[in-house]
Ligand binder design. Structure first.
Ligand code: AMP
Ligand code: GLY
Length: 423
């Protein structure tokens, strides 16, 4: 098969690494890719928002299968454009991508199909939204309806903070079109866990869980980020909890989407809050987590091309009970540019990556790198994902941090406590 992978982050490097190991993979292209992905795929400069350019490339290279990594192209309908040409594509249709692309859509689906989630209201009017806040208890959570790169959720301790968040969003100034509608919901406490499952629209194939670290600095300090590290499997995820998540959140979502006539094909990434062993759904994402995917791909034994192709072509039932994982733990530490998630320098040189890798034990996925004049430099804020696998999370943590020590990049930093919750 000739495969095209869409994306350029650490998640896509992990996918490229795993896809390229499959005997089914003849040629792997990645648009636009990065310096690390270039070790596993032929990177091509394509504007991924230009569907015509992508379709032309698919024709030219006789691509048989497309895998879309990030959410934005899916929300923009890229999978629809590709499948309309008769090419299988891993990733949901535009309509099904609303599960992540519109928080209001996702909450209404939960309400209709009895999926446990925080009580909520949807608003486009500032005064009505404020009224709702005054009628509910604090803290309260204000969310931009659309995609906001992880920044559209504000947990408000006071009524004033909630009013400000509402004005910022609904006035259209701070979040653009994503904030033209808001969801306001009950604050839930507990411990967060992420769960991943594949679906071909009908069959659900449970994968596994992970936990990530959203705050920028050690000790859960600093601003929220896209994720500074992750590990899998989380000790919190007992077989009983997994069963509850599947029965109360995953299966009813897939069944509900089918009943709504927008079957979900792809990977469903549920974010849940767990309290006293009971999961409540916080959000759905329609893609693999980044950096959760990096830990997942280290643990996966099953051929990724066959698996994702089955999800894209309504054959996932063939894998029921057949998916295999290394019975080990994987942990990934994100190395970011100093200053991230605020402003940071680009183009700083990174050395010793090869010395830090340990085949079979430690893999360094690139998230924001490029090759410049024979040197490896950073091109983004989250730059490297140092990923290790070991008997347990502690072992994986030790190996990952040993590798971080070997990387020579004075302008980079990482949290020192990835995995603490599992220890
Ligand atoms: P979301 O994009 O909806 O996952 O929200 C991002 C993060 O905000 C989540 O991972 C939680 O840490 C937090 N969050 C979202 N909704 C709630 C809620 N209802 N109660 C408490 N925390 C929340
Ligand atoms: N790491 C969180 C996410 O991918 O949304």
């Amino acid at each position: 098969m000739n495969i095209l992978l869409i994306g350029s982050g650490g998640r896509e490097h992990a996918l490229a690494w795993k896809l390229s190991q499959s005997p089914k993979c003849d040629a792997l292209y990645c648009a636009p890719g990065n310096a690390g992905i270039a070790q596993n795929a032929i990177c091509v400069t394509l504007d991924i928002s230009d569907h015509t350019a992508i379709l032309d490339f698919i024709n030219e290279k006789k691509i048989n299968f497309v895998v879309v990594g990030p959410e934005q192209p899916l929300v923009d309908g890229l999978a629809d454009a590709i499948t309309a040409e008769g090419i299988p594509c891993f990733g949901p249709s535009k309509e099904a991508a609303r599960l992540e692309g519109s928080k209001g859509f996702m909450k209404d689906l939960c309400a209709k199909y009895n999926i446990p989630t925080a009580a909520y209201g949807r608003f486009t009017d500032i005064e009505e939204a404020k009224q709702f806040v005054t009628e509910n208890s604090l803290p309260i959570v204000v969310k931009a309806d659309g995609l906001a790169a992880g920044k559209g959720v504000i947990i408000c301790e006071t009524q004033d903070a909630a009013f400000t968040a509402i004005e910022d969003m609904l006035s259209g100034n701070k979040f653009g079109a994503a904030g033209h509608e808001v969801v306001i919901e009950e604050f839930l406490d507990g411990e967060e866990v992420s769960y991943f499952a594949l679906s071909d629209g009908q069959t659900v194939l449970p994968l596994t869980g992970a936990q990530d670290h959203k705050r920028a600095f050690t000790g859960d300090k600093g601003p929220n980020t896209g994720g500074m590290g992750a590990y899998s499997p989380p000790p919190l995820l007992t077989p009983e909890l997994e069963d509850k998540i599947l029965k109360t959140a995953i299966q009813p979502t897939i069944d509900g989407m089918a009943a709504e006539d927008c079957p979900f094909k792809g990977v469903l990434f549920a974010g849940l809050m767990v309290k006293n062993g009971e999961p409540t759904l916080l959000e759905h994402n329609i893609r693999f987590g980044d950096p959760e995917c990096q830990a997942l791909m280290m643990r996966l034994k099953t051929d990724l091309v066959e698996l994702l192709y089955a999800a894209a072509t309504q054959n996932l039932h063939e894998f029921t009970g057949r998916i295999e994982w290394h019975d080990m733990a994987a942990l990934t530490v994100v190395m970011a540019a100093r200053g991230y998630p605020d402003s940071y320098a680009k183009g700083t040189e990174i050395k010793n990556i090869e010395e830090a890798e340990l085949p079979g034990d430690v893999k360094i996925f690139h998230a924001g790198t490029k090759e410049e004049g024979g040197k490896l430099v950073n091109s983004g804020g989250r730059v490297l994902n140092v990923t290790a696998i070991a008997q347990d999370i502690k072992g994986a943590q030790e190996k990952a941090y040993d590798a971080c020590e070997k990387i020579d990049w004075p302008e980079g930093f990482c949290r020192r406590d990835i995995g603490w919750r599992a220890m």
